[in-house]
Design a protein around this ligand. Sequence first.
Ligand SMILES: Nc1c(C(=O)O)ncn1[C@@H]1O[C@H](COP(=O)(O)O)[C@@H](O)[C@H]1O
Length: 167
Amino acid sequence: MKVAIVMGSDSDWPTMKAAADVLTEFGVDFTAQVVSAHRMPVEMIEFGQNAASEGYQVIIAGAGGAAHLPGMLAAVTPLPVIGVPVPLKHLDGMDSLLSIVQMPAGVPVATVSIGGAKNAGLLALQILGAGTTEEALKIREKMVDFQQELKQLAQEKGKKLQAELGK
Ligand SMILES: Nc1c(C(=O)O)ncn1[C@@H]1O[C@H](COP(=O)(O)O)[C@@H](O)[C@H]1O
């Protein structure tokens, strides 16, 4: 099982790293590379067209500003594409969010929040975990553990607040 993490520039990596981290935590194989629709369009199309036969199952694509990368990849691959709007200095990532989320019917991109690369990684894991293979089952079990830990963290936060309030 393999996830492709692609981004328009290496300057996106500090944001995109959170997707890589959660995939590592779950023990899922991934590659991370720069693929730009604007700056290397031919190579980008090639990457998208070959992704499935290369053995990838999900693509996570992050880009900032006029973020065409996720949508253009979705146009040339049958794989699910998860888009991550990367915030830049101007416009706070709203530009990127709107570029990625407003896809025409027929070409879906599963868009996460601005800078939401961790959720992109988790969504990729949930897609992989929805299968019926042993590998998928393992991911699903780990996801259940992850969600259990999340619940405990939320409960601790509640207790902390009550303690602060003296209740
Ligand atoms: N949005 C895109 C695309 C694309 O969509 O193809 N290629 C690069 N970029 C974005 O340009 C921003 C600035 O890039 P530089 O830091 O290299 O100047 C990055 O956030 C990148 O994702």
